[in-house]
Every structure is written in C-alpha cells, then in structure tokens.
Design a protein around this ligand. Structure first.
Ligand code: ARG
Length: 576
C-alpha cells in the first residue's frame, strides 16, 4: 500500500521469521487495517488468520509479534491488545510519507499502475421500451463509482450498458407505436412520448388480449432476423432512447466502454444454447427448454426457450456471459442490479455452475436497496414521482440544481459562475446521497437533508474543497515540496494525516465489497478533520516555516478529497 505500510509489513515479516514462521505462510496474511479506535494506534494487525495457520492462540501470537518489532526511524511503538498488534508511527515520518505520496500521486492516493484484475461492470442498463426506473438511477450511480474505483486500483475495467432493447417488453412498445404513434411527436420528446404510449398500452391491454398477441407476433417477426418493418421500428426507438439517455449520463459523468444491449446477443444465443445442450443440463418441460437447479437449492428452473421458440432475458444473459468471457477474459463480472432480481442472477450463476463453467466463479450480483420518498403524511414509501415509479432522470437533476441555485442566490449572490456551480453541486448531492450508506440499504430521497451544507452531504464535502482552494488562493506563497518543509510543525495535524493514510484501505474495501460507501465515508471523515483542524490552525499570515508546512497539508487534503469525490463521480468546485 503506502511506503509506511510496506515498511511495517517488512518488519512484521522479519518478526514472524524470528518466531520460526515460514515467510511464505506469513506474507499473504499480513494485512494492516485502521484500528477500531485511533487511541490504540495508527494501524492494526489482526493476528487471527496467521494464528490459525500456525496453530497458536491469536492473543499469544500478537504478544510475541509486538515484542519482536522494535522501534526504528519509522515505527515508534508496537503493542499487543488482545488478538491485535497496534502500531504507532513517528509523527514526522507519518507526515513525510503521506504528504509526499499524495504530492507525487503515488498509489494508493494516485492511480495504481499494477493490478491484474479485469472487471466487467454491467450497470445502468435501462429498458428502452419503458421509462427509466428509479432503480436504474441507483445502478447508474453505483456502477459508475465502481468503475472508477477499480480503475484507480489499476484494474482493466469494462463498463457495460446492457440495455433492455429486446424481448417482449420492447415488443409491446413497438406494438403501441405501430398502432398509435407519430414520428413527429416521438422526435419532440422521445422518453415522455414513449412513456405515454407505454401507459396507454398497459391500460388498453387489460381489456384487449389482442394487443399482447400482436406484440408476441411482432417479437417473432423481429427475432426472425429479416429486414422488416419491426426491425426498422426497433432501430428508430432504440436510437431515440439512447440519444435521450445521453443527456443525464453526461451530467452524471457516466460513460460506458460498451453499449451492448440485449439485442447484441441476438445472434449469439444459438451458440449459447448449444453449449448448454452439450453440457447435458437442458431439459424439456411443457414444451419449453429449461435448466433445473433444485440440487443447488433453487426451486424455479431457469427457462431458456419458450414454447413458441422465442428466447428470454435469461437466454441473453447467458450468451452475454460467454461473450464477455471470451472477449474480455474477466476475473469478475459484476451486475449492479436491484435486489429484486436476486433470483435471476442466482439462476444465471446456477446454470453456469451446473454446466461446470469456470466463469461461474466470476459472476457476482451486486444488489442494492430501494429509493424511498416521503409521503404527504411524512411516512417513507417506495419512491413515487408524478409518473408513478417512472422517472425522467433529467427532471430530478434539474430540480436539485434549481434548489442549489436558490441557496446560492441567498447565501452568495456574487458567486462567479453560479450556474455551473449549481449544476455541479446539485447533481452531486443526489449522487452522494445515494452512495453515503451501504448500498443494500434503502435510500431516502429527502431534498432538505441532501442539500444542506452541513453534515454528511455532497455539498458539505465540496464546500471543504472550495474552502481549501480559497486558502491556497489567498496564501502569499506557492505550495512547496514536502521535502522542503519542516514536518515537525505538523505534529498537531495527526488526525488529518491518519485519516489521509486510511484512504488506501477505504478504496480497497470499496472494491472488494463493491461498496462505494467506504469511499464516501472516507471523504466525509477527511472533510470533517480538515475543517476542525483549520478552525484553530491558520495558514495565511503565519511565519513561513509554519505556513509552508500547513500549505502542504491543505494542498494535499484538497488533492485527496478531489480524488475521493472523483471516484464517486463527483466534481470538486474551486469556489462555491
Ligand atoms: N434491463 C434490466 C432491467 O431493467 C436490467 C439489466 C441488468 N443487466 C443484466 N445483465 N441482466 O430490469
């Protein structure tokens, strides 16, 4: 991780060897984490796994290791506390290492250049025939953060938009458009217009079974692969939807490496089905082709072909796994999709497991909770906009921006570039609110709470960045190199420095657990520490020795907050 950590790990390894533990056994188990309580030390080593590997009691091993690591120029002390060894770094070494690495942009503060993982991240993936669901907003925001976090760790990332642009839901939209649609109206406001058509279809299909029958026929015609009216219609609706999504994607800083929707797998499903057949796991059931997964504890079979010969969502996901496997050679394939699709992904992984496909290991569903909004009576309920569960992402973003613009008008009417700042802060507030808590928790959509400049919000962290920038602007001197300053001055900044040092493990945890909230939590903590440090430690107007050391601290805090926010897909304004 950092040079401090590397040094510590080397000393720990030597201590293990002095206790007769094989280096090859010890090395992979020497994981260093922030201690539960900072009063105990700067970093902690939990001896559980190593103790198990060498057949000792964890507290006994911790005590032996603590005794075997003597103080040196970097390590001030090592002390056992139960199964942990807590280490304390010398304060000048801490400042020099952390600030130097941040200034140079070394990993983990800057992007790592090594990292063998290849990670496919399937996210956003709206259905173009249906309005954007609020869940797609969460998937977009979480997936975007995971792409950035993995890239930071040096992984090769494939961000994939698996658009829902095929299958029956799409055929229904097509049917509605063919009956009632007008191309002029479609071009005017594609998403809203399609949403009207969708609602009309749902209404009328209740009393008119002919509609669903027609949709099934249109889908068959589409799947026939011929160049027919259905195919042209498909192209038109797809193009219009994609164009419409582009606006909100750009505002959220979201890009994809591949926009390979379900339709992309049209010609790859036959091959996938052959592979399932060859593996001997496909069975006939009531005219349909299915894979039973009872032995894996999954009651419902995975249906891969319907009685009428058409394919399903699952068939395309299976073809997509095989395609990604051969095209990208991924070590992980993450699906950032709401928790309500758990069964779907259990079945997908189940089929691959039953087929004894090694890629089954890589497949991982990354579920998340609901979005809740407050009812008139003040109760929290599943998010409902005026249009039901459908959302027009641009409308939500516009509302946030308008609210921030109003706050700026009141608090800082002379702010230059107020519109641009409102855009950055408004959009980020929504993103930050989504990524603040563990993803499986429901997100409360509460304008007041997410837009306040105090507490755990995006505006609060952005405000910290702007404040740091303002100090750097006002300082009468450029930021010096850390090697040129007296780090002893920063003995009073240990809380800031230790929080900075935790960045690496926060990012690592965020990736391992697909949990961007680890990065959000770090940004909140760092913003809080630097705010309170600056309450009674001035930079501007201090004697040069003090000023210079603090300038380095302020500059590094600003850099690291900007990096952290960047990993979440959030911009850091210079002023606000
Ligand atoms: N389009 C789907 C939906 O809106 C989500 C797709 C997720 N990705 C996947 N590979 N199944 O429900």
């Amino acid at each position: 991780m950092s040079a401090l950590h590397d040094h510590l790990r080397a000393r720990l390894l030597a201590a293990c060897q002095s206790l007769g533990i094989d280096a090859a056994v010890a090395a992979p188990l020497l994981r260093l984490d922030p201690p539960k309580n900072r009063d105990h030390g700067d970093v902690a080593f939990g001896a559980f796994q190593l103790a198990k590997a060498v057949g000792k009691a964890p507290p006994a091993l911790a005590a032996e290791l603590a005794a075997a690591v003597a103080a040196d120029a970097v390590i001030e002390s090592a002390a056992a506390a139960g199964p942990f060894v807590n280490f304390r770094f010398r304060r000048d070494a801490l400042a020099r290492d952390v600030l130097g690495a941040i200034q140079r942009g070394d990993a983990p503060y800057g992007r790592s250049t090594k990292g063998g993982e290849v990670v496919c991240i399937d996210f956003s993936s709206p259905n173009i025939a249906k309005p954007f669901h609020i869940g797609h907003m969460r998937s977009t925001v979480i997936g975007n953060a995971l792409c950035r976090i993995w890239r930071h760790l040096g992984a090769t990332v494939h961000g994939i938009n698996h658009l829902g642009d095929w299958g029956m839901p799409f055929a229904k939209m097509m049917t509605a458009y063919m009956r009632w649609g007008s191309e002029t109206e479609l071009h005017q406001s594609p998403m809203r217009y399609m949403f009207e058509l969708y609602k009309r279809y749902s209404r009328e299909a209740k009393d008119d079974p002919a509609l669903d029958e027609a949709a099934a026929k249109h889908f068959q015609a589409l799947e026939s692969g011929e160049d027919n009216q259905e195919r042209r219609m498909w192209q038109l609706l797809r193009d219009e939807s994609l164009k419409a999504f582009q606006g909100p994607y750009a505002r959220l800083g979201v890009t994809f490496d591949h926009v390979t929707g379900e339709s992309f797998f049209e010609d790859k499903m036959a091959g996938a089905m052959q592979r399932v057949t060859a593996a001997g796991v496909l069975e006939e059931s009531d005219g349909a082709e299915v894979v039973w997964l009872k032995e894996l504890g999954i009651k419902e079979p995975c249906i891969l072909r319907k009685r009428d010969g058409t394919t399903l969502y699952h068939t395309r996901d299976l073809a997509a796994v095989f395609f990604r496997e051969s095209a990208y050679r991924p070590t992980r394939i993450l699906y950032v999709v709401g928790a309500e699709q758990k069964l779907h992904f259990d079945q997908l992984k189940g089929v691959l497991t039953k087929m004894k496909e090694p890629v089954a290991q890589a497949v991982e569903h990354v579920p998340f909770g609901l979005v809740l909004s407050r009812t008139e009576e003040g109760k929290w309920e599943k998010f409902a906009s005026r249009a039901g569960n459908a959302v027009f992402l641009d409308e939500i973003l516009d509302e946030a921006v308008a609210k921030v613009r109003e706050v700026i008008r009141q608090k800082n009417p002379d702010l230059p570039d107020a519109d641009a700042v409102a855009e950055q802060v408004g959009v980020s507030a929504i993103v930050f609110n989504d990524l603040k808590n563990s993803r499986i928790k429901d997100v409360k959509f509460d304008w007041d709470a997410m837009l306040t400049f105090e507490g755990e919000t995006g505006p609060y962290v952005q405000y910290a960045c702007a404040r740091l920038s303002s100090i750097l602007r006002k300082a009468e001197a450029p930021v010096p190199d850390v090697a040129a300053v007296d780090c002893a001055v920063l003995a009073d900044a240990e809380r800031v420095l230790l929080t900075m040092m935790d960045f690496g493990s926060a990012v690592q945890r965020a990736a391992e657990q697909s949990e961007p909230s680890c990065v959000t939590g770090h940004a909140i903590a760092l913003a809080g520490e630097i705010h309170s440090y600056l309450r009674d430690h001035y930079v501007v107007g201090q004697e040069p020795r003090v000023r210079d050391a603090r300038l380095v601290l302020v500059d590094c805090a600003r850099k690291l907050l900007t990096t952290g926010l960047g990993l979440l897909g959030i911009a850091a304004p210079e002023r606000m």
